[in-house]
Ligand binder design. Structure first.
Ligand code: KIV
Ligand code: ZN
Length: 510
């Protein structure tokens, strides 16, 4: 048995199914490149049959990375499999990941199929996938609630058809660590051709056990773990990559297993994801939360001063946490910015992108006393990734608001371009954000419902940039928009306009 655990990252597929974590194609490609720097073995890039947007994003990721395998998820249906292969085929190492449910409750109530029919579908799916690529993963959805002997039967059959990875998902986060360990051992013992496939685990966190379960399965012989950055994913999420890796690393004495993750890229990767989806990492989050290495109590602080190992089992530096260094000032040159941008992991920005960021940093430095790494990252995301004009129907020019506890109701005046034509408009609202959104909605002729509005300070300090996320719904379609600026009203307006542009793009896609 191999002594290396393969890391299969599904942040861009299962992770993206997390409410509010939708990413556009550029954001997905950006994250995929960071996952490549992190050293994941397989990137699950999406579910190509789900939509044209998903298909194109998977294709773009397949073209953007060269080291990891790129997997496309598909149901055990010929058309789905063809679509998945079409999307990943240009990757250096393409993988088809096909699945069908195997628990009684799913087979009977969701699929309306008998176990025999499910086995036939799985065999047909894997055989077809293998005719396209030799790198095929088969997942038995809801495996943890499936009959163990049925799992032995279906896995044996699909390995005979050529599946090289068999995945045993705890789809609903139900299993307990000791049971999962027993299940993996049972499969290893009873699947006669198991030497031809890698056993994979995929755990959900409904009972808070996703990482514990994954580790139990690895200890029992699984050699691929399916994880996401910070544990984002369907419902309570998936097993968190950073927790699993740091457990394997910190407790190498008990696991004695290798993996290919560059642990100093863990923190930059999680922080990038948080910036992209506009959701802050909770301070109490293991490994990457703001408090994960903070020592508050006097006894702990005293111990730390005497010997860090009294209360620290790993160092923040090891996972790439360098602290919020003051980086760039008003007088910093282009060269200093370039090396900072590279240090932050944005190695592929063009000269034109760098100039745009340089101008934005200088502008921000006029208004904000200290510029931190997070500020530079936010400006790159705002100006380079969200800032491209090509697919924008609506574009903000200027915005001014009046608010406060005065007799004059809050109001907003906006200048913006709609289809390239400049428009001006003003209106009142319950507050400045309400007024701004009302004016923008009227100018664009859209009537979306605002489902979510969240603002997050990127750094400390009252002059911090605000990162705003909005989620809107119109005619049954939802879209997310993000914006960052040191003026939160400007950030809000940009986020709202980005969401409206995304709605338009989704309509055009249809
Ligand atoms: O949770 C699950 O079962 C899945 C499969 C598609 C692997 O995400
Ligand atoms: Zn899942």
């Amino acid at each position: 048995m191999s002594d290396t655990v393969l890391i299969f990252d599904t942040t861009l597929r299962d992770g993206e199914q997390s409410p509010g974590a939708t990413m556009n194609q550029k954001e997905k490609v950006r994250l995929a490149r960071q996952l490549e720097s992190l050293g994941v073995d397989i990137i699950e890039a999406g579910f190509p049959a789900a939509s044209e947007g998903d298909f194109e994003a998977v294709q773009a990721i397949a073209a953007a990375v060269t080291k990891p395998q790129v997997a496309g998820l598909c149901r055990a249906l010929k058309n789905d499999i063809d679509r998945a292969y079409e999307a990943v085929k240009e990757a250096k190492y393409p993988r088809i990941h096909t699945f069908i449910a195997t628990s009684e409750i799913h087979m009977k109530h969701k699929l309306g199929k008998t176990p025999d029919q499910v086995v036939e579908m799985a065999k047909a799916a894997v055989s077809h996938a293998v005719s396209l690529t030799k790198n095929v993963e088969f997942s038995a959805e809801d495996a943890s609630r499936s009959d163990w002997d049925f799992l032995v039967r279906i896995f044996t059959e699909v390995i005979d058809c050529g599946a090289t990875t068999i995945n045993v998902p705890d789809t609903v986060g139900y299993i307990q660590p000791h049971e999962y360990s027993e299940l993996i051992q049972y499969l290893k013992k009873n699947i006669s051709n198991i030497d031809k496939a890698t056993i994979s685990v995929h755990c959900h966190n409904d009972l808070g056990l996703a990482v514990a379960n994954s580790l139990a399965a690895i200890h029992a012989g699984a050699r691929q773990a399916e994880v996401t950055l910070t544990g984002i994913g369907e419902r309570a999420g998936n097993a968190a990559l950073e927790e699993l890796i740091m457990a394997l690393d910190t407790r190498r004495d008990t696991y004695n297993l290798k993996n290919n993750i560059k642990i100093n890229e863990i923190f930059p990767s999680c922080r990038l994801l948080s910036h992209i989806i506009g959701q802050p990492i909770p301070p109490y989050k293991a490994i990457v939360g703001g408090n994960a290495f903070a020592h508050e109590s006097g006894i702990h602080q005293d111990g730390m001063l005497k010997n860090r190992q009294t209360y620290e089992i790993m160092t923040p530096e090891s996972i790439g946490r360098k602290g919020t260094d003051l980086v760039i000032g008003k007088h910093s040159g282009r060269h200093a910015l370039k090396s900072k941008v590279e240090e932050l992991g944005f190695k592929w920005l063009t000269e034109e992108n760098l100039n745009t960021v340089f101008e934005a940093v200088k502008e921000l430095a006029d208004r904000k006393a200290k510029i931190y790494d997070e500020d530079v990252e936010a400006l790159i995301l705002e100006k380079v990734y969200r800032g491209e004009k090509a697919d924008k129907k609506f574009e903000l020019g200027y915005i001014a608001v009046h608010s406060g506890n005065t007799p004059m109701p809050p109001n907003a005046a906006v200048v913006m371009k709609v289809d390239g034509v400049e428009k001006k408009h003003t209106n009142f609202g319950a507050g400045p954000v309400d007024a701004a959104f009302k004016v923008i909605a009227e100018m664009t002729g859209r009537t979306p419902t605002l489902l979510q509005y969240a603002v997050n300070a990127i750094t400390g300090g009252t002059d911090a940039q605000g990162e705003v996320t909005v989620r809107v719904e119109e005619n049954g379609r939802t879209a997310v928009g993000r914006g960052s600026h040191d003026d939160i009203i400007v950030a809000s307006a940009n986020a709202y306009i980005n969401a409206l542009n995304s709605l338009v793009n989704k309509e055009e896609e249809r």
